[in-house]
Design a protein around this ligand. Sequence first.
Ligand code: AMP
Length: 304
Amino acid sequence: MALLVVGSIALDTVKTPVEEHGDLFGGSASYAATAASYFSPVKLVGIVGTDFPQTEFDFWKSRKIDTAGVQRVEGKTFRWSGEYAWDLNTRQTRSTELNVFEKFEPKLPRSYRKADFVLLANIAPALQSRVLKQMERPHFVVADTMNLWIETTRADLDTLLPNVDLLILNDSEAREMTKETSLIKAGRGIRKMGPRYVAIKKGEHGALLFGDNEFFSCGAYPLEDIHDPTGAGDTFAGGMAGYLAGTVRKVHFTDLRKAMIYGSVLASFCVEAFSLERLRNLTMDQINERYEAFKLMSQFEVIT
Ligand code: AMP
C-alpha cells in the first residue's frame, strides 16, 4: 500500500567538526520519503522554490516517488543550517529561512486522498492536521515532531495527537513534552495525550516503543564512522512507516517492533555520508544484511 509523506524539502548547510557543505539536498520529507521508498510506493507532499534542482525530481522519479503533490512556486526553497559538536550528537541550528514555506498550503491531489498509511514528517503541527483533514480515514498515521513545536505551538500539537496512531520523538523532546525525567513515564504519559503507540529515539543508544501494556527496546547499529547525523530521525520515521505501509494490512505491536529495527537500519546508513548520498543507492540485500545483524545482536542468552 502507498505511503503519503508530507514534510519539509530543503537546501541545507551542515558543519561538523571536520567538514562543512552547503546547498545539500535535505528536509524531513526528503529523508523520510527516500527511506520509505525501499519498502512501499510513496506519494510526496511539499513545496520548493525555483532554485530547487530538477535533478532531485529526477531522483524521486527513479525511486518511484510520486511528486504530483510537490508544489514548485516562485521564490527560494526552505533553507536550514546546523552545526554539530565533537560528539556529533549535540547540534545547534545556525539559521532557518522559511522562504516558500512561509505560505505553504498543502493541497492533496485526488489520487493521494485514499492513501492508507500517512507519515506526517516534521513540519508545523497545524500543517500536519491540514493534511489529515483532506484524507479519507487512513488506516495508520505516523507523526514526527520537534522541540520547536513543543515550545511554540503546543496547542496545535495537542489538537493533532488524538488523530495520530504512532508518535515518534527523541528523548529530550519526550521529557520536555511531559516534564518527566523518566523516559518510561514520559512514553506512557504521551500515550495518554492521544497516540496509541509512542516511539522514543535515544540517538546512539537506540529506541523505545510503547503500546497497550506492551514495551520494546532496541539498541542502535554499532557504527564506527559517522559523517553527518542530519536526517537520521526523519530516515528512522520513513523506514518505519514505509515498512508498515509496504508489508502489513493491519498494524500490530509485532509489526511495529520489526518496523523499528528497519527504521534503525535505514538511519544507520543515512549518517554514513552527508545529505542523502548514502540513501540514494542502497540495495535490499544491504538493508536486510544489517537487519539480520541487528537481530543477532539483540538475542539474549543466559549463561550459568
Ligand atoms: P533531523 O536531523 O532528523 O532532525 O532532520 C534534519 C532535517 O530537518 C534537515 O534536512 C532540515 O532541513 C529539516 N528541518 C530543520 N528544521 C526544520 C523545521 N523547523 N521544520 C521542518 N524541517 C526542518
